[in-house]
Design a protein around this ligand. Structure first.
Ligand code: SF4
Ligand code: SF4
Length: 384
């Protein structure tokens, strides 16, 4: 059983929010989801064969169809107890159920709406509350107090352009957990004139996926993008990509690092490496955004590519998204182990284009190295 938290607006200040932990049942919470989106589900159960959380947990309430029924019941007055929160929050938002649903339902969107409805009434898990607190206090998903641009060399910092058509949006994970990938990516992108946001904050993805409002963070990043005059924002994180593309106003173009690299292959002067790698499609970049070919083009320009057993539109989830890594680490790891079963034998590395996927798969993989596409590109660059 999980604990539930209830955030209560302080009516005296009107702004301050305090958090209480409740272990008991919460009274009925009203959520409003368009019933037409729920009625699309004809309960056929096709999703039982693809939902990664169901594959591990085996309960109908932890399957797509069960979650849709839970959301429906919430709309009809079901009290959101801990089992309801577990049902909704064990969804990684991988989207494979929506891709396979013969009735055209969009279960992750329903789950996200249900989470949002509950969170707006202060009903959430410890993990959801943790994201809210950490990001509100620090501007990043880890609650880190250090310099977000700590990976940047002094000359690069001094030479940062105040205006440019191109901005590299780094994201929390590469800023704080994979600074060497951030540096390698910026080293590539600055050749093409890219600059950085001077005070980048979390794109808002962890908040949005777990049901919270990210407007303040969207505004802060957007203000800087406009100040720089950027027409294109490039990011190497699948979660940031999806959020910048779908949750920000369409005032700039969003390009993923693999798309940018594929478009500029000729200018990168890469050498061939005697390696065989496989590629993991991040859910939000592949199935969610249709970016399948560019990373494969870049890999094939460098070395041999062997596909995973499930790939592209059918690629299985790494288990890290939708707040599952933070909220249900054991489940997240088990999903990652299942994904590793798709890796072809004998490959030298698993390549991906999302630091969350890389982190989750690395935690589950003791045998094969999991690297960013940028790591591979950097190894292939001919030294000057
Ligand atoms: S979500 Fe789609 S696949 Fe799953 S039970 Fe409903 S109609 Fe069937
Ligand atoms: S989005 Fe993925 S984890 Fe969520 S219900 Fe659908 S298949 Fe399951």
């Amino acid at each position: 059983m999980i604990e539930m938290r209830r955030e209560v607006e302080d009516s005296r200040s009107g702004t301050e929010t305090k958090t209480e932990t409740k272990e008991t049942k919460v009274e009925t919470a009203e959520i409003s989801i368009d019933p037409r989106t729920i009625e699309l589900c004809v309960r056929c159960g096709t999703c039982r064969s693809v939902c990664p959380a169901f594959e591990v947990l085996g309960w109908e309430s932890k399957n797509t169809r069960g979650r849709v029924m839970v959301a429906k019941a919430l709309g009809e007055g079901l009290a959101p107890d801990a089992s309801v929160l577990d049902s909704l929050n064990t969804c990684t938002t991988c989207g494979i159920c929506a891709a396979k649903c013969p009735a055209g339902a969009n279960p992750p969107a329903i789950v996200q709406s249900a989470r949002m409805g509950l969170v707006s009434q202060g009903v959430m898990t410890e993990a959801q509350a943790g994201f809210r607190t950490r990001i509100a206090e620090s501007g990043n998903t880890f609650g880190e107090g250090g310099d977000r641009l700590g990976w940047l060399s002094d000359p690069d910092r001094e030479g940062l352009k105040e205006s440019s058509d191109l901005v590299y949006f780094v994201g929390c994970l590469d800023s704080y957990r994979y600074p060497e990938v951030a540096k390698k990516t910026f080293d590539l992108l600055k050749r093409f004139g890219a600059t950085l946001l001077p005070e980048e904050v979390c794109c808002g993805s962890p908040l949005i996926r777990t049901g919270s409002d990210a407007g303040k963070f969207v505004d802060r990043n957007l203000r800087q993008i406009k100040m720089i005059g950027a027409k294109t924002v490039i990011t190497g994180c699948a979660g940031c990509y999806s959020t910048l593309k779908k949750d920000y106003p369409p005032e700039f173009e969003v390009v993923s690092v693999p798309e940018f690299l594929a478009e500029h292959l000729a200018e990168l002067d890469l050498r061939r490496l005697d390696l065989t790698v496989t590629y993991h499609d991040p859910c939000h970049l592949g199935r969610g955004s249709g970016i399948f070919d560019p990373p494969r083009e870049v890999i094939k320009a460098i070395c041999r590519l062997e596909e995973m057993r499930s790939n592209r539109q059918d690629a299985r989830c790494c288990g890290g998204g939708g707040g599952v890594r933070a909220g249900y680490p054991d489940l997240s790891l088990e999903i990652a182990k299942l994904r590793l079963q798709d890796v072809p034998a004998g490959v030298d590395a698993i390549v991906s284009c999302c630091p969350l996927c890389i982190r989750n798969l690395s935690d589950a993989s003791s045998e094969v190295e999991v690297i960013d596409l940028v790591d591979l590109v950097e190894r292939a660059i001919v030294p000057p």
